[in-house]
Ligand binder design. Structure first.
Ligand code: TRP
Length: 442
């Protein structure tokens, strides 16, 4: 994005914000979180939160961006006249910085897997996927650090060159393709032995599997997949043309995220029994199971390769916006600083991504708070900084902004949704988020 530029069409905005929101959250994080926190129980909580909390908050962020039209460490002052409220923007900035740190670990795994499949075909002239050893890969610190370095580097180059627009166009093809691929994997997975058990695990909510912790993580997952509270969505909406349609854009992002999450779950859980895995595998779940599912297909290696490229694409459209957020806040729309800021930001992210990676191998014994260093980075972002940022924005919108202006920005709607939405944001949402914080403390 050059300067505080605008997309010419509403489609550009939808593609970019969908690209930013849909990424590792739905495909990689949802299945493994659902695996740990009760399958169907987690899915149910996630659906409730995504629809009743996530969607209104996403509409709120779009509204704020549309009203403010500037970078997010300035937008709160611009809208309220109170400079200290820009701290909400800085909170988001910190959140995406840490987020990029552990996001790149997973992005790195995708790169390593791509490299592995290429080597397998080109050098070993073999096309089996069954010998991809996840544990061997992640226990090799040089390899994983190299993988995430490459992932960060690709992100950096794209942001430096400012060629995101090309990617948005490409996502018109890549995203539907990813979707089709997921459906194929689900179909394959469902043919495996014991598939029904897995389907039941992910779709059937069992009350005994519900825990307070699961509820909290389901809320965190809604925040994560919809990029809420990081001000990322505010940024994208601030670039959008005036005639953008806030509600339908938000709704389509929510629906796509839910669909991809459920499909990813249905791709993985039915396959667990056949390949002898437990749902509680953790962050490696998708990487352990999918190669095995693909290996059961004709031309499986080739299809897996394409799938990995699409998966990488989805991850990159998110990581680009993570870096872009920092770049737009630090360059303050002065494009001459763009390259320098992108490079420095990427180097810093690379540095903090190293302990995140090592905490999954040589430092895995180091556990505190939410678990490993990786888990703690995720927890700080998804369960603290993102909800805090969202709380701050709800308070600003509900208590300080002019209702008339908000209504204007919210836009016309057939169903008179403005008032219910406004009161939800003004009275109920802050209480819900504060309650979640209190529960979390105990
Ligand atoms: N929603 C992204 C995903 O699911 C992750 C994310 C969270 C994000 N906050 C963000 C991406 C802010 C870009 C900007 O993968």
């Amino acid at each position: 994005m050059s300067g505080h530029s605008q997309w010419k069409t509403s489609t550009g905005f939808i593609l970019a914000s969908a690209g930013s929101a849909i990424g590792l959250g739905a495909m990689w994080k949802f299945p493994y979180m659902a695996g740990i926190y009760g399958g169907g129980a987690f899915l149910l909580m996630f659906l409730i939160f995504t629809i009743f909390v996530g969607l209104p908050l996403l509409i709120m962020e779009f509204t704020v961006g549309k009203m403010g039209r500037t970078y997010t460490t300035q937008i709160y002052k611009k809208l309220t006249g109170k400079k200290w409220l820009n701290i909400i923007g800085w909170n988001g900035n910190l959140a995406v910085f840490i987020l990029f740190g552990f996001y790149s670990v997973i992005g790195g795994w995708i790169i390593i897997y791509i490299g592995y499949v290429i080597a397998q075909i080109a050098i070993f002239k073999s096309s089996t996927l069954t010998n991809i050893q996840f544990e061997t890969i992640i226990s090799n610190p040089w390899l994983t650090v190299l993988g995430q370095g490459i992932f960060i580097l690709i992100t950096m180059v794209i942001v430096m060159l400012g060629v995101e627009k090309g990617l948005e166009k490409a996502s018109k093809i890549m995203m539907p393709l990813l979707f089709i691929f997921l459906i194929i994997v689900v179909a394959q997975s469902l043919t495996l032995e014991g598939a029904l058990e897995g389907v039941r695990y992910i779709l059937q909510p069992r009350v005994e599997d519900m825990s307070i912790q699961g509820v909290l993580f389901a809320l965190g997952q809604s925040f994560f997949t919809l990029s809420l509270g990081t001000t990322g969505m505010i940024t994208y909406a601030s670039y959008a043309p005036k005639n953008m349609t806030i509600k339908s854009s938000a709704l389509s992002i929510v629906v796509m995220n839910i669909l991809i999450s459920v499909l990813a779950g249905l791709a993985i859980f039915p396959a667990l029994k056949t390949f002898g895995y437990q749902p509680q595998e953790g962050p490696g779940l998708l990487f352990k199971v999918l190669p095995l599912v693909f290996s059961e297909m004709t031309f499986g290696t080739f299809f897996y390769f394409i799938f990995l490229l699409l998966f990488l694409f989805a991850a990159l459209t998110s990581s680009i916006s993570l870096l872009e957020l920092n770049v737009s806040n630090f360059t303050k729309n002065d494009n001459s600083k763009r390259q320098k800021v992108a490079i420095i930001g990427s180097i810093l992210v690379f540095i903090i991504s190293i302990p995140a990676t090592l905490s999954l191998s040589s430092l895995s014994h180091l556990r505190f708070g939410a678990g490993t260093i990786f888990d703690n980075m995720d927890f700080i972002v998804s369960n603290i900084l993102m909800p805090l940022g969202a709380l701050g924005t709800t308070l600003v919108v509900g208590q300080l902004l002019d209702k008339k202006l908000l209504k204007e920005s919210f836009g016309k709607d057939k169903f008179n949704l403005f008032l219910p939405w406004y009161y939800l944001i003004k009275f109920i949402m802050p209480i819900v988020i504060i309650l979640v914080f209190i529960v979390q403390l105990f």
